[in-house]
Design a protein around this ligand. Structure first.
Ligand SMILES: [Ca+2]
Length: 271
């Protein structure tokens, strides 16, 4: 379990190391394991290589986040989780799935994929409790769900996909698809991205910046991304917590970096 506390002017950085799996080949060629807790001075121009350690004495943490959740305990303009994804070529189709739990009623960013083509090259954004806004290439479509008062707060699972050939955007909420909409037909999403959970990245003077008023506060888990549109059966598998192969981002072997006040905790929901 990782305990990360807030410190003004500093952020804690988790740098996953790539090591060979001790039990033979895993589904990925390299087993991303062993995160190292580093306290470093906040710097815009940090060099990732500086923080890689290959020391047997460093703390060891299990790489598998199954049954774990990310807790974003409070609204902020600096807390986020950065993800590394092995995107090799421009994305002409994509699916992003995640599960989250919040009591927020304002807008917030869930998954932000910013590139030099724009801060909203791919963005999952919640506008209202019953309204999702999905961006591709800076354009957006808004899905408005029928308002049904929930009897109790609950986790929500979403899968969003987009396909360049048709321009069609799918949004699945708790395993149910909404009527498809279209945008950016023929577009390609840049493979070089800054990928962030829990914030909407915006273009600032010196780089990407966050806005406390669109920050996520709550819990998040089961984050996945594929460079294809998942079939209905596959979305159903993901919703039911089964694995679907060949993902670019995989919750079970997440390559991530935590900035500021985000905690990794056991899920409070029993299996
Ligand atoms: Ca943005």
């Amino acid at each position: 379990m990782l305990f990360l506390s807030e410190m003004p002017g500093c952020f804690f950085r988790l740098r996953p190391l790539v090591v060979q799996a001790p039990f033979g080949e895993s589904s990925r060629k390299n087993w991303r394991a062993n995160t190292v807790l580093e306290e470093v001075q906040e710097s815009i121009n940090w060099d990732p290589k500086r923080w890689v350690r290959n020391n047997a004495n460093v703390p060891f943490f299990p790489p598998d986040l199954q049954k774990k959740v990310l807790v974003f305990p409070k609204a902020s303009n600096n807390a986020a989780v950065f993800l590394n994804a092995e995107v090799q070529q421009p994305l002409t189709s994509v699916t992003v799935c995640l599960r989250y739990y919040t009591l927020l009623t304002r807008a917030y960013g869930l998954f932000s994929y910013a590139t030099k083509q724009g801060d909203n090259d791919l963005l999952l954004y919640k506008l209202l409790p019953n309204q999702y806004r999905l961006y591709v290439g800076g354009s957006s479509v808004t899905f408005t769900l029928p308002e049904k008062p929930a009897s109790r707060p609950r986790w929500e699972h979403i899968c969003m996909s987009w396909d360049s050939a048709t321009g069609l955007v799918e949004l699945w909420v708790n395993g149910y698809p909404l009527p498809r909409m279209g945008l950016k037909k023929g577009y390609s999403i840049n493979p070089e991205a800054s990928i962030v959970l829990g914030q909407d990245q915006n273009q600032g003077f010196l780089g990407w910046v966050f806005d406390i008023n669109t920050s996520f506060q709550g819990e998040m888990t089961d984050v996945y991304m594929w460079d294809r549109v998942l079939s209905a059966d596959e979305v159903n598998l993901v919703w039911n917590d089964h694995s679907v192969s060949n993902s670019l981002i995989n919750w079970s072997s997440l390559d991530y970096e935590i900035r500021n006040y985000v905690m990794i905790m056991p899920s409070l929901i029993s299996a």
